[in-house]
Design a protein around this ligand. Structure first.
Ligand SMILES: Nc1ncnc2c1ncn2[C@@H]1O[C@H](COP(=O)(O)OP(=O)(O)O)[C@@H](O)[C@H]1O
Ligand SMILES: [Mg+2]
Length: 259
């Protein structure tokens, strides 16, 4: 084995030991091109390090996306604000700065079905993950189910601790399923734990005045809203369902919009 191939072997091994897998992978082909182009050593190092950094960032982003359980990848650039003029775009622009996350403020999207509440929540979730925050999406009905199960198995505390770890929690569709007394108690614990510590995005088809109905208890609803709304940005969407628009476009509009 000549000294060149020894150096080659050692370089690859060191890159792997240092977990610079991205560099290790592209090194051979890149060095070949760089040699042909007469690229300087500094430029070569810069390119290799940049590639490694980009790959790591993509990997971290993908891992956080997987953990987040976001149901679809729809970002804010795919949202047609012209279709929904009741949304103040400057509020959404402010939200995309993610200052609300730094300030542990909540965001609530209210409005009838199909107006884009979940889409906007997911869009902010993706923006948060891109910026390096951890996020977790769950529907209110699944949350109720999981919290009650944990409560019955005397596991509520670890479950809430797990949910408290996320810098951003997205709870979708508050109001489609009622919270009984037990679920209301668990939810109150969750909201109290995150209060002034980390942000929660909620979506609901019910206005705040109707939240008493969801919780079958005005006292719990008031106490919850008190904490949720203390530091909160509410986006009230009044408009037509986008789903209905799409169906109309395809000539499939039914007489009534289904949830
Ligand atoms: N203004 C919009 N621009 C683009 N797509 C939209 C818009 N509003 C809603 N949608 C799409 O319509 C569907 C329903 O929106 P969704 O966010 O689920 O509504 P909601 O949660 O308010 O019921 C989704 O596929 C969503 O991506
Ligand atoms: Mg929705």
């Amino acid at each position: 084995m000549n000294s060149n191939s020894l150096v080659y072997e050692r370089l690859h091994q060191n890159l792997l030991d240092l977990k610079l897998n991205g560099v290790e992978e592209i090194l051979d082909s890149y060095l070949e091109i760089a040699a042909k182009d007469g690229t300087s050593v500094m430029e070569i190092l810069d390119h290799l390090m940049h590639e490694e950094k980009m790959r790591r960032e993509t990997h971290l982003f993908e891992t956080r996306m997987k953990w987040s359980r976001l149901p679809v990848r729809k970002d804010l650039s795919e949202f047609d604000f012209e279709f929904q003029p009741s949304i103040d775009q400057s509020v959404i622009r402010e939200l995309t700065t993610l200052r609300f996350l730094h300030n542990a403020e909540n965001v609530v999207f209210l409005g009838p079905p199909g107006v884009g509440k979940t889409h906007l929540a997911i869009g902010l979730g993706i923006a948060a993950i891109k910026a390096g925050f951890s996020a977790y999406f769950i529907s209110a009905s699944t949350l109720i189910e999981r919290m009650k199960k944990a409560y019955h198995h005397e596991n509520l505390d670890p479950y809430l601790k797990m949910l408290a770890r996320y810098r951003l929690l997205l709870i979708d569709e508050i109001g489609y399923h009622p919270f009984d007394e037990e679920a209301g108690y668990c939810f109150f614990q969750l909201v109290s734990r995150r209060y002034e510590r980390s942000s929660t995005i909620l979506t609901s088809n019910k206005s705040y005045g109707d939240w008493g109905e969801i919780f079958h208890d005005q006292v719990i609803a008031t106490a919850l809203l008190d904490r949720i709304l203390h530091h909160c940005i509410t986006v009230n969407i009044r408009g037509d369902s986008y789903r209905l628009k799409e169906r109309k476009r395809m000539g499939l509009a039914p007489p009534h919009e289904k949830v």
